[in-house]
Unconditional design. Structure first.
Length: 202
C-alpha cells in the first residue's frame, strides 16, 4: 500500500492555479458534513453513534462520509474489534448521508482533475496533482477540526466522538496520521488509537 505524506516538499513554481475556489469547496464540504451527520443521527442515533469520518481517494477525486455505531461493533469479529472500531472502510454506514451534496462535490473535483491532470503534451501533471491532493486533504481535515471545535458533533449526540480523515487504498505516513488523530480528537479515542498505532508492524 502506497504511503502518503502531508508534508512532502512540492515545488509550486510554474504550477497552474486551480479553477476551483477552495474556500467555496471548504464551505460545501462543511455543509454536506453537517447534513450527513444530522441525517445519520436521525436514522441511527439510538444505536449510539461514536465515530464519523471523511475520506477521499489517492487521486483526490472524491470526498465521502462514513459513520459507525456502538451497536454495530457488537456484530463484528471481536478478535478484530479495534480495527472495526477505528477503520472507516469497515464501518456500517460508509458513503451514506447527504448523498446529493457529496455527489456534487465529487463532480466538481473530477471536473477540476479532468482539466488539469495532464499537460498539453499529455504528460502527467504530477506537481499540480500532488498540490491539489494535499490541498483537498487538508481542507477535509480542517472542516472536521472546525466542527469539532464548535462542538457540532458533541451537541448532537451528547458526547465526544471519534473523528478521522482517511484515504481509501492508501495510507498516511505514521507521523502524519498521528497528527490527524491528535488534531481531531481530545478524548479517550485519541489515546486508544495512538496506543493501537504502536502495535502496527509487530
Amino acid at each position: 500500500m502506497r504511503q502518503l505524506s502531508l508534508t512532502a516538499t512540492i515545488d509550486k513554481k510554474n504550477i497552474k492555479n486551480y479553477n476551483m475556489n477552495f474556500e467555496n469547496l471548504r464551505q460545501n464540504i462543511e455543509d454536506a458534513t453537517k447534513k450527513a451527520f444530522i441525517e445519520m443521527f436521525e436514522k441511527y442515533g439510538a444505536d449510539e453513534i461514536y465515530g464519523f469520518a471523511l475520506y477521499s481517494d489517492g487521486d483526490a477525486m472524491t470526498v465521502c462520509p462514513s459513520t459507525n455505531t456502538l451497536k454495530h461493533l457488537t456484530t463484528v469479529d471481536q478478535n478484530d474489534l479495534i480495527y472495526h472500531k477505528f477503520e472507516p472502510a469497515a464501518w456500517k454506514y460508509e458513503a451514506e448521508g447527504a448523498d446529493n451534496e457529496f455527489d456534487d462535490i465529487c463532480t466538481q473535483l473530477r471536473a477540476e482533475l479532468d482539466e488539469n491532470e495532464f499537460l498539453e503534451n499529455d504528460e502527467y501533471n504530477e506537481e499540480w496533482c500532488l498540490k491539489f491532493q494535499s490541498e483537498l486533504y487538508e481542507t477535509c481535515i480542517s472542516v472536521l477540526e472546525k466542527l469539532k471545535n464548535e462542538n457540532f458533533f458533541k451537541n448532537i449526540v451528547g458526547k465526544d466522538i471519534f473523528l478521522i480523515f482517511t484515504v481509501s487504498d492508501y495510507e498516511f505516513e505514521a507521523k502524519d496520521l498521528k497528527k490527524i488523530v491528535e488534531r481531531l480528537n481530545e478524548n479517550e479515542y485519541k489515546t486508544e488509537y495512538l496506543t493501537w498505532m504502536k502495535t502496527w508492524g509487530q
